[in-house]
Write a protein that binds this ligand. Structure first.
Ligand code: PGA
Length: 253
C-alpha cells in the first residue's frame, strides 16, 4: 500500500495574520506546489482567514485548525465550532495535541468526542498521541500508545479510521531539539499500526497515515520520513520559517 505523505506546519500560538501573509508570500517562491505530498498549514484560529486569502484559491496547501469544540454553536464562551471551520474552508483539524492534554486537561475520552464531531463535519482529524519521558522510561510506552489509540478512536468505523491521520509525537521530543531516533520512531509507528490493525482491521491499518512529530527539522526529516511506517511529519518550530518548512517538504521526495 502506498500512502501519500502528509506534512503539516503546526504554528501553535505563533503567527498573526500579517506574519502569515509574509510567510506565504515567501513560501510561494520555494516552489513546493509540484511536490506530490499533502501539505498543510495549521494556523491559530484568528489567522485562518488571512491564510485563505493569501492562498487565493491555490489548492496545493490544505488548511487546518489547532482544535475544535465537541459542541454545536451556542453558549460556549471561547470555543470554536466545526461549522465555523467549515465556513472558513478548513480541511483538517489537529486534535489531542500534547499541549492541549498537558495545559488544558484534555483526556482520550474528551478528544474522542471532538474527533467524532470533526468527522461528522467532514473535517480530517490529525489525532496526536505520544508518551512522556517518564512513561517511556517506566516501560509504559505501549500501554500509553495503545490506550490513546483505542480510547481516542473508540466507536469509529474502520473506514473513518482509514481516512484520518495519527501523529505520533513523543512529548519529550516536542520543542526540545531532541528527536526520536529513526529506529525508535519507526518501532512506535509500527506498534501504533498494529493496534489499529487489531482494533479496526488490516485495511484501516494499511491506509491510515501516521505522521511523526517532535523536533523535525530539515536535517533529520529525510531519515525519519523514509521509515516504512512514517508517512510524513507534524512540524512545529521548524515550520515557522518558509525555507525550512519547504526544505522538510522537499525531504519527503
Ligand atoms: P516541534 O513541535 O516541531 O517544535 O517539536 C511539534 C509539534 O508539537 O507538533
Amino acid at each position: 500500500m502506498s500512502r501519500t505523505p502528509i506534512i503539516a506546519a503546526n504554528w501553535k500560538m505563533n503567527m498573526g495574520p500579517k506574519e502569515a501573509k509574509d510567510f506565504l508570500a515567501a513560501f510561494k517562491n520555494e516552489n513546493t506546489c509540484e511536490i506530490a505530498v499533502d501539505k498543510v498549514i495549521v494556523p491559530p484560529f484568528v489567522t485562518i482567514p488571512a491564510v485563505m486569502e493569501a492562498l487565493n484559491g491555490c489548492k496545493c496547501i490544505g488548511v487546518g485548525a489547532q482544535d475544535v469544540s465537541d459542541r454545536d454553536n451556542g453558549a460556549f464562551t471561547g470555543e470554536i465550532s466545526t461549522t465555523m471551520l467549515n465556513e472558513l474552508g478548513c480541511t483538517y483539524v489537529v486534535l489531542g495535541h500534547s499541549e492541549r492534554r498537558q495545559y488544558h486537561g484534555e483526556t482520550n475520552a474528551y478528544i474522542n468526542k471532538k474527533i467524532k464531531k470533526a468527522l461528522a463535519a467532514g473535517l480530517i482529524p490529525i489525532y496526536c498521541i505520544g508518551e512522556t519521558l517518564e512513561q517511556r522510561q517506566g516501560g509504559q510506552l505501549e500501554a500509553v500508545l495503545g490506550s490513546q489509540v483505542k480510547e481516542g478512536l473508540e466507536g469509529l468505523t474502520a473506514e473513518q479510521v482509514a481516512g484520518l491521520v495519527i501523529a505520533y509525537e513523543p512529548v519529550w521530543a516536542i520543542g526540545t531539539g531532541v528527536t526520536a531516533s529513526a529506529e525508535d520512531a519507526q518501532s512506535a509507528h509500527a506498534f501504533i499500526r498494529s493496534v489499529v490493525a487489531d482494533t479496526f482491521g488490516a485495511e484501516a491499518a494499511d491506509k491510515v497515515r501516521l505522521q511523526y512529530g517532535g523536533s523535525v527539522k530539515p536535517a533529520n526529516a529525510k531519515e525519519l520520513m523514509s521509515q516504512p511506517d512514517i508517512d510524513g511529519a507534524l512540524v512545529g518550530g521548524a515550520a515557522l520559517k518558509p525555507d525550512s518548512f519547504a526544505a522538510i517538504i522537499k525531504a519527503s521526495l
